[in-house]
Design a protein around this ligand. Sequence first.
Ligand code: NZQ
Ligand code: ZN
Length: 384
Amino acid sequence: MNSFEFYNPVKIVFGKGKIAELPKFIAKDQRVLITYGGGSIKENGVYDQVFDALKGYTVFEFGGIEPNPKYETLMKAVALIRKEKIDFVLAVGGGSVIDGTKLIVAAVPFKGEPWDILSKKAPIVEALPFGAVLTLAATGSEMNSGAVITRNETKEKLAFGSPLLFPQFSILDPTTTFSLPSNQVANGIVDTFIHTTEQYLTYPVNAPIQDRTAEGILLTLIEEAPKAMASRNDYDVKANLMWSATMALNGLIGVGVPSDWATHMIGHELTAYHGLAHGVTLAIVLPSLLRTMIDEKQAKLAQMAERVWGITKGTEREKALAAIDKTEAFFQSLGVKTKLTEYGIGAENFAKIVTRFEERGWKGLGERRMVTPAKVLEILKASL
Ligand code: NZQ
Ligand code: ZN
């Protein structure tokens, strides 16, 4: 196992009805801004639950944060916070609202152009405190300190993070996810699955706790997914999906092991250029990436074949290939297509993506830095 430091201060409040406990976590004298997305929380009753819980507080609201949150929109919230002297921000929504809120709270005290936080890795030395009410199980943003922001003007989607950007608390009530349409449930399962593989499908370093926890998450997703697709309102299923998503990206399974993240970096470009949902981009890129990089990943893929997919026969190579096929078929079983052409997308932006990676100095992604721009092109071509 590799050496590591681990720090995660997020208080998780899990269960039905827990939104009513908000006053336990926000001081009464705080001026609170509630951030949210396009309005799903008004339709499923979460907005009312939050406002009921915060009766007696001075509350402001900022709605309209888009999926794949846009820098331009978030800067409007920054202006509102500065004007109204907000003390605390409460993000209510999915990963996009929570990620957007992370940039907002970092941008408020930031001197200069906040986009520099993303494009130039400008250091964050201060941030407003914030908490979250999660309504979509997928990103793990509720228990990590990272975020991904899109800039319309330049069609860029970039990640950033800081230890100052952990939520103070996150409320996870699985019933808030009952209203999700099935494609969002499926995208969330794919995202959770691939957060796990980004930290698991690398090379062995004798870290059985991390491996078996990752395998536990994958097995849970495989077991719960058909039930989740068949019924919207099964509390236990939704609870298991929610906790899987949080556990997949709160840092625990990634300690002491190599990690990949090349699927995410390539996927972000497909969102930036084509507007595809995050989970969809990952389902397209991962199978092609695994086939392209199979020599580097063969041992862990064969382990996944045995322990996750129950494949015991064949050579290590045969098992590894079977694990990739099973994984792709799993995404397809959720109704998520795994080829760009199935979305009417061709090779039109491949050259731009490769040039971008070169310009950013991303000359070698992945656990062994072997996903070169030439490999990125090969992976994209295999995704057509
Ligand atoms: O905007 P509203 O009206 O809320 O609707 C949303 C949105 O249209 C809807 N939705 C959310 N909860 C709902 C609901 N609809 C009905 N009932 C509910 N309970 O679902 C749509 C998608 O929401 P979004 O927040 O965009 O989805 P997700 O949670 O998958 O977040 C995706 C974003 O997170 C980033 C992605 O890149 C993407 O921008 N990621 C963040 C990560 C992190 N912070 O660690 C890691 C991930 O890899 C990911 O990159
Ligand atoms: Zn993701």
